[in-house]
Write a protein of this length. Structure first.
Length: 325
């Protein structure tokens, strides 16, 4: 049992490791604009990240020198301390590396493939990640994708997701905080609209309550019953909305519109010494209580929906909504 008195699956974490896609984008930016501008961008992002860290009373991160095995053991300890039933990692320094981490702790960790859907051989890599590596889903940073998500060049990737019943996690909105990427062709969740229509059996999960696009995400979910949302991140993006918006507002509105069956709990925890960011989880559980959600609805959000989407064998965790008598 978790520290919150119920089974909890964190559906959105990251295992510390390099992001090769971001490295590629940095190289392209440097080629186009020069190293001086790239360095200024990094400085702006670093200053912004520091301000957010201080606001959230988190310790400074430090360069990771431990092996993947040592980091995995540390993450396992974090999960055990708070009593997480499963930790779902959306990335981990490449599919092979993350698969090794998951294989070492299969009773606690789940991993998603994380590579560009527009890269040559992307569909084959996704199939390999499932059939050979044992990964359980697919994570995409949509603004990093260089073609529209509905481009038929990506159809083979969606077909693999459909074939194996893979949940697909997508990040829309700005990437990497202040000084990062603020505009791109696939920034808006509605870029997924035609894909979700064409693949109704694939469960798509949009991260971070839409990360700056909650209205667009609500419309996307209204049009597509296979679109879900997760609650992860520090929700710093709400500060940049042109109207007052709180995490409690987001939980209330998505519970009213998507229903509890399409909301998944997550924190976006990743690096050390932060480890598992308990205050993010504590805040979300507190909000579920303040909104007077039923025990059944809370169970779906914090565990049941993850069990259903991942096909986990965890008896005792309800995966369907219990209607009031």
């Amino acid at each position: 049992m978790s520290r919150w008195g119920m089974p909890v699956i964190d559906f959105h974490c990251h295992f510390p490791g390099p992001e090769p896609t971001q490295d590629r984008l940095d190289a392209e930016f440097e080629h186009a604009c020069g190293p001086a501008k790239l360095e200024r961008l990094r400085q702006n992002a670093s200053a912004y990240h520091e301000r957010v860290r201080r606001a959230r009373t988190l310790p400074p991160t430090q360069p990771e020198t431990r092996s993947a095995e040592e980091i995995a053991a540390a993450w396992r300890n974090e999960a055990d301390e708070v009593g997480l039933t499963r930790v779902v990692f959306m990335s981990g320094g490449g599919n092979d590396r993350l698969a090794q981490v998951v294989a070492a702790h299969p009773d606690r960790f789940v991993g998603f493939a994380n590579h560009q859907p527009c890269a040559p051989g992307a569909a084959a890599e996704l199939r390999r990640s499932v059939t050979e590596l044992g990964l359980s889903g697919y994570k995409i940073i949509a603004p990093w994708v260089s073609v529209p998500l509905a481009d038929h060049a990506l159809w083979p990737v969606w077909e693999v997701c459909e074939e194996y019943g893979l949940p697909v996690m997508l990040h829309f909105g700005p990437v990497n905080g202040g000084g990062g990427l603020g505009h791109a062709p696939n920034m808006d969740p509605l870029a997924l609209h035609d894909v979700a229509k064409a693949f109704p059996e694939v469960n798509f999960v949009v991260a971070h309550f839409g990360c700056g696009y909650p209205g667009e995400l609500l419309r996307l979910g209204w049009a597509n019953a296979n679109v879900h949302v997760d609650s992860s991140s520090n929700h710093e993006w709400t500060r940049w909305m042109p109207y007052e918006l709180t995490l409690k507002d987001l939980f209330r509105r998505f519970h009213e519109t998507f229903g509890p069956e399409r909301i998944l709990f997550g924190t976006d925890s990743c690096d050390f010494p932060w480890g598992y960011i308990r205050q993010y989880a504590d805040e979300q559980i507190r909000i579920l209580d303040e909104l007077n959600m039923s025990a059944g609805d809370r169970e779906l959000i914090v565990a049941g929906n993850a069990v259903r989407l991942l096909g986990l064998d965890l008896p005792g965790i309800s995966t369907t909504r219990q209607e009031a008598a």
